[in-house]
Design a protein around this ligand. Structure first.
Ligand SMILES: Nc1ncnc2c1ncn2[C@@H]1O[C@H](COP(=O)(O)OP(=O)(O)OP(=O)(O)O)[C@@H](O)[C@H]1O
Ligand SMILES: [Mg+2]
Length: 260
């Protein structure tokens, strides 16, 4: 298996605030890694490092075997789909759903270049896979939070990425929409075998395709390994600084503070 992501001794700070402290992590092609940890643990910062957006104080990052340096970051980034915690388009902007998804192609073809018939097909098939074809002509501001998250995923897929980064895509969704979105992410992974990093702090949201888990706390990776071993009351109680109880409801793992 090829190493897709190699993070070695990376430290990131926002002025005096150290967000990542000397972390190392390797990820192979085809991995589905879930990153779990409390608020402020450094999960989003870890994704920005992989995406070449994080300001690294020390250490090194390689993606697809190439060191991330200023001259190649844009090229590498076209192969990385990023679904952020929040929709990044102002809902008042007069642009349709299909046009937002089309933005995903611009990294590859250039902003002002002709979009070919093939590109249009890729946009349509990304919308179809995510199940938003019917929304194609709707203004982006006229969507629910769940529909907006699907548009974000379709835009990332239209990029035809080799790595998909998903930062808490289920935040702001109702329980049914959360379950639907997790199933969708699972289906996309199974269909495309897309190397995926999925950030959440809700254990029951880990898709079944996930094979490895990173536990993060206060800017450090405190544990990395197989999902079965990660779902351990002692490890999770340490992660969240409170006693955690794990229950298994029809194959769905629930981890909750014991006093609930
Ligand atoms: N732009 C910024 N300026 C200053 N500090 C920041 C900035 N972004 C993040 N931080 C800090 O870096 C640390 C890690 O933040 P990060 O957003 O990576 O956490 P997270 O694990 O994604 O949290 P959450 O679960 O709340 O999304 C936090 O202490 C946060 O306050
Ligand atoms: Mg975050």
């Amino acid at each position: 298996m090829k190493q897709f992501i190699e993070i070695a001794n990376v430290t990131v700070s926002y002025r005096e605030n150290i967000a990542l402290k000397n972390i190392s992590l390797n990820m192979e092609e085809g991995d589905f890694i879930s990153v779990i940890g409390p608020n402020g643990a450094g999960k989003t910062t870890l994704l920005t490092v992989i995406n070449g957006l994080g300001k690294i104080l020390s250490g090194s990052v390689k993606v697809f075997g190439t060191s991330l340096i200023t001259s190649n970051i844009n090229k590498i980034r076209t192969k990385i789909g990023y679904v952020s915690q929040h929709l990044n388009i102002d809902p008042r902007f007069p642009i349709s759903v299909r046009e937002v998804v089309k933005i995903g192609r611009f990294g590859k073809i250039g902003l002002f270049n002709h979009i070919s018939h093939k590109d249009e097909e890729i946009v349509d098939s990304a919308m179809e896979l995510v199940g938003i074809s019917k929304l194609a002509q709707r203004p982006i501001g006229h969507l629910s939070a769940g529909e907006q998250q699907k548009v974000e995923i379709a835009r990332a897929l239209a990029q035809q990425p080799e790595i998909m980064l998903l930062d808490e895509p289920t935040s702001n969704l109702d329980p049914k929409s959360q379950t639907d979105l997790i199933k969708l992410i699972d289906r996309i992974y199974k269909e495309k075998k897309l190397t995926t990093v999925f950030v959440t702090h809700i254990l029951s949201h880990i898709p079944t395709s996930c094979n490895k888990v990173v536990l993060m706390k206060r800017g450090k990776i405190i544990w990395f390994g197989g999902i079965k071993t990660a779902l351990n009351e002692e490890l999770l109680s340490d992660l969240y600084d409170c006693p955690i109880e794990i229950t298994n409801k029809r194959g769905r793992i629930l981890a909750q503070p014991k006093w609930w």
